[in-house]
Write a protein that binds this ligand. Structure first.
Ligand SMILES: C[S@@+](CC[C@H](N)C(=O)[O-])C[C@H]1O[C@@H](n2cnc3c(N)ncnc32)[C@H](O)[C@@H]1O
Length: 243
């Protein structure tokens, strides 16, 4: 058996167990009709769930290893998910979607207002008339606020005798973005340890701001939705726009 891909492992460890938002994506997919474009689909947490419920899904990500794993999982479950390797901000396909969904703060990874504007414009161009664009937004600082006196627990998983642990250790604030810093550690069967830092920057973004940016492109706001916080994950606000 080939060694598990590190990017896939860390992705699954840090994102793969989240389920709180699935009912909302199912509801929006049902409401909008297909096909559904899952933006930043990763290994398919949302895309595979929707496909299993009979939705026609196209899973877009810019990571080749994550999409390869998504395709493998879809094949194993005999789910017809189409994958699209692309930067979401450069999307250009001869397709129109009933719903374009952007789960798990991916909209906050597009590099500020300029990157987001590029994405919103291409999303608008790929929406069917009356289609829905919905994106989950979160405030990373919430996990480290005064209500959270203990630091977040690490995500831990054992794969082929190696224990993988990813622990959020700090958030840092910049004027328009927040960084989440994690320590990723492994310990293999022989006791060899590795440790490396990982930092992601999330744009600070609220529903009203995305609604205004969408409105400038002709996308009309629908009432925002929310996904409650869990012990492990911060809650999110979901901006919903229609074309
Ligand atoms: C936080 S993960 C969310 C994964 C998945 N949607 C989920 O909810 O489990 C963000 C994903 O967005 C992808 N991504 C980030 N920037 C992107 C971009 N500009 N274009 C396409 N995908 C992007 C990453 O590769 C990663 O898979």
């Amino acid at each position: 058996m080939s060694a598990p891909d590190r990017e896939v492992l860390w992705h699954d460890l840090e994102c793969g167990d989240y389920e709180e938002d699935l009912p909302l994506w199912r509801e929006l997919a049902e409401q909008a009709g297909g096909p559904v474009l899952d933006v930043g689909a990763g290994t398919g947490r949302v895309a595979l769930d929707l496909a299993a419920r009979g939705h026609e899904v196209v899973a877009l990500d810019r990571s080749e290893p994550l999409l390869r794993e998504l395709r493998r999982r879809a094949r194993r479950r005999r789910l017809p998910v189409e994958v699209l390797l692309a930067d979401a901000r450069e999307l250009a396909v001869a397709r129109r979607f009933g719903a374009i969904i952007v789960p798990m703060q991916t909209l906050q990874l597009f590099g500020g207002a300029a990157g987001r504007a590029r994405f919103l414009a291409v999303a608008r161009a790929h929406l069917r008339p009356g289609g829905l664009l919905a994106a989950a937004l979160a405030d990373a600082l919430e996990g480290f606020d005064a209500d959270h006196t203990e630091p977040p627990l690490p995500d831990i998983r054992e794969v082929d005798g190696t224990v993988y642990s990813s622990r959020p250790v700090a958030v840092r604030e910049a004027p328009d973005a927040v960084s989440i810093e994690r320590i990723r550690e492994t310990v293999d069967r022989a006791g060899h340890r590795t440790a490396e830092g990982n930092v992601i920057w999330l744009d600070r973004l609220g529903v009203a701001q995305v609604a205004a940016e969408g409105a400038a492109l002709g996308l009309a706001p629908l009432p925002a939705r929310s996904v409650p916080a869990t012990d492990e994950y911060v809650g999110s606000q979901v901006v919903v726009l229609h074309g």
